[in-house]
Design a protein around this ligand. Structure first.
Ligand code: FBP
Length: 396
């Protein structure tokens, strides 16, 4: 089959290969021998290091797995809070868990808006004259469905509903809820952070729930919160004493406590306002912005404006500074709505040690007169808001 020449050639190859193999093996062995010695030494030390690392990783892994195994979730946290009130029947717990569920549903829809065809408009306009987005309607329905399910909320107010929403067959009327189902609608299609804002009040006369229950002063809030749908979904909540933040762990579908007792910095280096309206700002706001840009001492403040109030307030809570939506010539009462945007967020900012002001009075002290009334506002670090208040006081 093979000519003698070919046979000879093949033998040569095999010999060479064998030599190579041996050499490698020898080299490897020799190498490994050396290596082995070194490795032994290295191994020992690496083992020590590795051991440490392993221990650390094990620890870390075990901590993570322990945390995963025993996470401090929002549901658990709410239950713990309930235990502080021996007389509590759990109605608020059920309500908050229903709001939590609604926020998870909206978070999922917001994340998949492009896939679920939830970008774009419905073609309708809401009471405030805003073009209603598909995700606005989806979020509004999700909130109404989840809250109605509790059986303790006979009446609600939503940015997307002109009149108050009456819940039929509410068998244990106890609370009423005000909410902005989707804040920052103008940013939805651009995939910029948006949110849901909610506030919970007690019904004054459970036998006769009425609009006046929704028009309570912000200082009467039992609890308020917001969910922010950004690169992670967060839910920030307060009962007026402390502010805590929870991050949604998509793997287990639970909000996990990640930001304990949020405290807003006393003074900030950020100012946040839509300067596109600057020509219409009053003297005080114009002066304040000038000061932010040209401070007598220290460096100028940074300008940050997302255009979603939830996201601007969330940043202000964590970094400090001031968020402003003042009156303008076109909108003498500003743009933002007192009932379901300003009051719930003011309750949080004040509980975190900040201030929420009209420029001359606390937002929470205002007596609302209509469901969709607007109110100029200044939210943020105490020192920054007090500077604005002092400027207004000096003009009166
Ligand atoms: P909605 O999107 O819920 O109507 O909220 C109003 C809002 O988008 C706020 O989130 C935001 O702070 C403000 O309007 C932005 O207004 P503007 O575009 O005039 O700066």
């Amino acid at each position: 089959m093979f000519s003698s020449k070919k046979r000879h050639f093949r033998k040569e190859i095999e010999k060479k290969f064998l030599k190579l193999k041996k050499a490698c093996f020898f080299f490897w062995n020799k190498k490994t021998l050396v290596l082995k010695k070194q490795a032994w030494f290295v191994c020992c030390s690496t083992l020590v290091v590795k051991k440490k690392k392993i221990i650390c990783t094990f620890k870390r892994k075990s901590i993570i797995s322990i945390k995963k195994k025993d996470p401090s979730t929002l549901s658990r946290w709410i239950l713990k809070e309930q235990q502080k009130y021996p007389k509590a029947k759990g109605d608020l717990t059920v309500l908050l868990n229903s709001v939590q569920l609604a926020c998870k549903i909206i978070a999922n829809a917001a994340k998949g808006a492009g896939i679920y065809n939830l970008y774009g408009i419905t073609g309708e306009e809401n009471k405030s004259g805003d073009i209603v987005k598909k995700l606005d309607t989806f979020s509004n329905e999700s909130m109404i469905n989840c809250i109605s399910f509790t059986g303790t909320v006979p009446i609600m107010a939503s940015e997307e509903a002109e009149n108050s929403i009456i819940v039929p067959n509410c068998d244990q009327p106890k609370y009423c809820v005000v909410f902005d189902p989707l804040d920052g609608s103008s940013n939805i299609d651009a995939n910029v952070s948006i949110g849901t804002i909610f506030g919970i009040y007690r019904i004054e006369d459970p036998k006769k729930p009425q609009d006046s229950d929704l028009l309570q002063k912000g200082e009467k809030l039992v609890c308020s919160g917001y969910a922010m749908y950004g690169h992670s979904t967060m839910l920030v909540l307060t009962f007026g004493d402390e502010v805590n933040g929870f991050t949604l762990d998509p793997q287990i579908g639970e909000f996990i406590l990640t930001h304990r007792r949020i405290q807003i910095p006393e003074k900030g280096s950020i100012y946040s306002i839509n300067e596109g309206n600057a020509k219409d700002f009053d003297k005080v706001v114009t002066t304040f912005i000038h000061r932010c840009k040209n401070p007598t001492k220290g460096s100028p403040k940074k300008a940050r404006y997302i255009g979603s109030m939830v996201a601007d307030i969330h940043r202000t809570l964590l970094y400090g500074g001031i968020f402003m939506y003042p009156a303008t010539k076109d909108s003498p009462n500003g743009k933002l709505r007192l009932l379901y945007e300003l009051n719930p967020l003011a309750f949080i900012v004040e509980a975190a040690g900040g201030k929420a002001s009209t420029g001359s009075a606390p937002i929470l002290s205002l007596q609302p007169t209509s469901l969709h009334q607007r109110q100029p506002c200044f939210f943020g670090s105490k020192a920054d808001v007090e500077e604005i208040e002092a400027l207004y006081a000096s003009t009166t």
